[in-house]
Design a protein. Structure first.
Length: 317
């Protein structure tokens, strides 16, 4: 009789192999460069025709349970071959499912296609360069340009719109190179979440983003990019201090509540910057008062009722 190994046993074998294997190093590089800033760095504009935008997928139920599969094999070598073959088929199926989910999520961007196609990284970066740091004046260089400055920062921004269209999230991969080096001295993913639009109907949200040829999309994208670069600069130059304990933070991504276990890095001007368990930096709208004296930012949406009056929900969740 041929031996049949159930997936539970196969999983145990793979887990044992994973435990015995050496741990892989993280992608983030956290070297501190206290002298970084002022006029000694250049900011490289990403090489892309347009700005990368995606819809935020909802993966609940995606990649669900696979049926129990038996692995007929005359010997261990045959079992391993069957297991590898099944793994390749299963991974291909998962990739196809992820692609389907992402394509479905991207439909949220269809009403804004003309606005998004007109955006450019250079325009966004030129707009934010004066907002990043009063003490910094980066030289803007193209993808293939060289610079005489000591440090070069490269950024790879990816914008994501939430399924309810009430917020935009930026994931910006930031890398800092000593001029001439091919390996980064610093690398970090920085996520910035915009304040949500006020709660209202879909038509009002659509109008808010599209008014004035998409002015709100442009300004929000610019503000998120500026915040991510500000966070990166502060992290690059930060002197190592005693680490904060991990706490649980709650925040909003549009109309959805998120929970993050993280360390508080800084808190000011109605924003909190967190260091997540995966090593990312996460900038979120603060859920309580901070040390900033400026009024909290609100994205107001005016909705006209049938009688012609104007309703304004004032930014409350």
């Amino acid at each position: 009789m041929k031996p049949f190994l159930r997936p539970g046993l196969a999983t145990c074998i793979l887990c044992l192999a994973a435990v015995c294997a050496p741990a892989a190093a993280g992608d983030d590089t956290a070297a501190k460069i206290p002298s970084f800033g002022s006029d000694n760095w250049a900011l490289r504009v990403p090489e892309a025709d347009g700005v990368s935008f995606q819809g935020q997928p909802n993966r609940d139920g995606a990649g669900g349970g696979t049926p129990q599969i038996m692995y007929p094999a005359p010997n261990m070598a045959g079992f391993i071959a069957a297991l590898v073959t099944h793994g390749l088929i299963n991974e291909s199926s998962k990739n196809a499912e992820r692609q389907r989910i992402q394509e479905q999520a991207n439909r949220v961007l269809e009403p804004y296609a003309d606005i998004l196609s007109a955006l450019s990284y250079r325009a966004l970066i030129e707009h934010v360069s004066g907002k990043i740091d009063k003490a910094s004046a980066p030289e803007l260089i193209g993808p293939a340009d060289s610079s005489s400055r000591a440090w070069v920062m490269e950024v790879t921004p990816l914008y994501v719109m939430t399924p309810d269209q009430r917020a935009i999230i930026l994931d910006n991969t930031v890398r800092v190179f000593a001029n001439g080096d091919s390996n980064p001295s610093y690398a970090r993913v920085i996520r910035v979440v915009s304040p949500p639009l006020v709660e209202t109907d879909g038509e009002a949200i659509l109008k808010a983003w599209k008014n004035d040829d998409g002015a709100l999309i442009r300004s929000t994208s610019s503000d998120l990019l500026a915040e991510s670069l500000k966070v990166a600069l502060e992290d690059v130059r930060a002197v190592q201090t005693a680490e904060e304990r991990h706490r649980t933070f709650r925040y909003r991504e549009g109309g959805f509540e998120r929970i993050e276990r993280a360390q508080l890095v800084s808190e000011e001007c109605h924003r909190q910057v967190l260091r997540t368990l995966r090593g990312w930096l996460l900038s979120i709208p603060a859920s309580r008062s901070t040390t900033c004296s400026a009024p909290a930012p609100k994205i107001e949406v005016a909705v006209s009722d049938e009688a012609g009056s104007t309703l304004n929900s004032g930014g409350k969740e």
